[in-house]
Design a protein around this ligand. Structure first.
Ligand code: PLP
Length: 403
């Protein structure tokens, strides 16, 4: 089956008795299930359902749909995108044995999660500068003295908020080439695919081991859920993470799974319209006298345009830009829109304007923000599904507030 069909029908394994024959997966709110343990058998993940902190039919239905779309062996849904990242890293990172390599241009709280792991769990953490080449240079420079029994590479396929596009295929191939000769026992390439979504790229097909999502963004798509997803190339890795999820209780709740599944049905359609609107906005901003730089991977002057053409089927609805002005001017622009909502998320029907320097990335040091380009004049715009002419008029009005 192709993408749109899978997004709508998934596995078709609806958990409902034949007499009801519901077209839609029912919402199972039960915390507990009638279940008879057997002495000789290990208690398995998923069926038979036992307790909703471990598995729930509505959540499993969503997991199976995403698994099919991404081409993994298993998928797990979490209470948030950050819970997905945290639970996966905690399950796979081993104190004093693990090195994590990540570019610094990540969502701000993902960076904090990595730093916390380094400080509290004795994990070696190495950051690279933004871009595929810098990441590969750092990976190539790792030596056996680094904790090389267990190597985790974590990056965003399209980074937030600078929209650098990472060449997943090239990174995965280079890592496997280098480490088949060096000593790393386990390598996990984890790709946060929240911005392009599976409509834009499928990291496992391109060589990743795990794909993670904040479902709170495009997958849910309506700014009304908080959730996360992990898809695993390999079942054993998924089982380790599942164990961590059941112990930390970071499972997605059934209603969120229901809404995420509903959101998925229109994902490809929405992504096309987000992209169309974003392109119109990016082209408008490019000509505006108050704009210094427009960052959008669909524009040919973007530093990763060639990688974007190679790996992305869709460039999403996020446009970042730098204004000709100060920190106060950037905040004034965010304050002076009437339709576009000032806030910190993206990927929903409503357009949202964000000032990363003072919000999503405020806990990074001044130097970290400088080298990643999260400067006071940077604004991230999540272009929603409104009429683009209204968004352009709204932006123009807000930009005119810059003296
Ligand atoms: C790229 C990316 N990954 C992960 C997250 C965390 O997701 P959540 O807010 O659902 O915990 C975010 C949140 O903004 C994000 O932008």
């Amino acid at each position: 089956m192709r993408l749109n069909t899978l997004l709508i029908h998934g596995s078709r394994k609806v958990h409902t008795p034949p007499a009801v024959a519901s077209v839609i997966e029912p919402l199972y709110v039960s915390a507990v299930y009638s279940f008879h343990p057997q002495i000789e058998k290990e208690i398995p993940h998923k069926v038979p359902f036992k307790y909703s902190r471990e598995d729930n039919p509505t959540v499993s239905y969503l997991e199976e749909k995403i698994r099919l779309i991404e081409g993994g062996e298993d998928a797990l849904a979490f209470s948030s995108g950050l819970a997905a990242i945290n639970t996966i890293l905690r399950a796979l990172a081993e104190p004093e044995k693990t090195t994590i390599v990540a570019p610094l241009d990540l969502y701000g709280s993902s960076i904090t999660v990595l730093k916390n792991l380094e400080q509290r769990e004795k994990i070696k953490l190495v950051f690279s500068l933004p871009g595929t080449k810098s990441l590969l240079d750092v990976i190539g420079s790792l030596r056996e003295k680094d904790n090389m029994d267990n190597l985790i590479i974590f990056f965003e396929s399209v980074s937030n908020p600078l929209l650098r596009v990472y060449d997943i295929e090239d990174i995965a191939k280079t890592i496997r080439d280098i480490f088949s000769k060096k000593m790393s026992k386990n390598i996990y390439i984890i790709v946060d695919n929240t911005i392009p979504t599976c409509a834009g790229a499928r990291p496992i097909e391109l060589g990743a081991d795990i794909t993670v999502y904040s479902a709170s963004k495009y997958l849910g798509g309506h700014n009304d859920i908080i959730g996360g997803i992990g898809v695993f190339k390999d079942k054993d890795t998924a089982l380790r993470v599942w164990d961590e999820r059941r112990l930390s209780g970071t499972v997605m709740d059934p209603f969120t799974a229901f809404l995420t599944d509903r959101g998925l049905k229109t994902l490809a359609l929405r992504m096309r319209k987000h992209e169309e609107n974003a392109r119109a906005v990016a082209e408008f901003l490019r000509e505006h006298s108050k704009i210094k730089e427009v960052i959008y991977p669909g524009l040919s002057d973007h530093p990763d345009y060639k990688i974007a053409v190679k790996i992305l089927r869709c460039t999403s609805g996020i446009v970042s830009f730098r204004i000709r002005g100060t920190l106060e001017d950037a905040l004034r622009v965010c304050k002076n829109t009437r339709i576009i909502v000032p806030g910190v998320s993206f990927g929903g029907t409503e357009s949202i304007i964000t000032h990363p320097y003072t919000t999503t990335h405020r806990y990074l040091s001044e130097e970290e923000r400088r080298v990643t380009g999260v400067t006071p004049d940077l604004i991230r715009l999540s272009v929603g599904l409104e009429d683009p002419e209204d968004l352009i008029e709204d932006l123009d009005r807000a930009l005119r507030s810059i003296p």
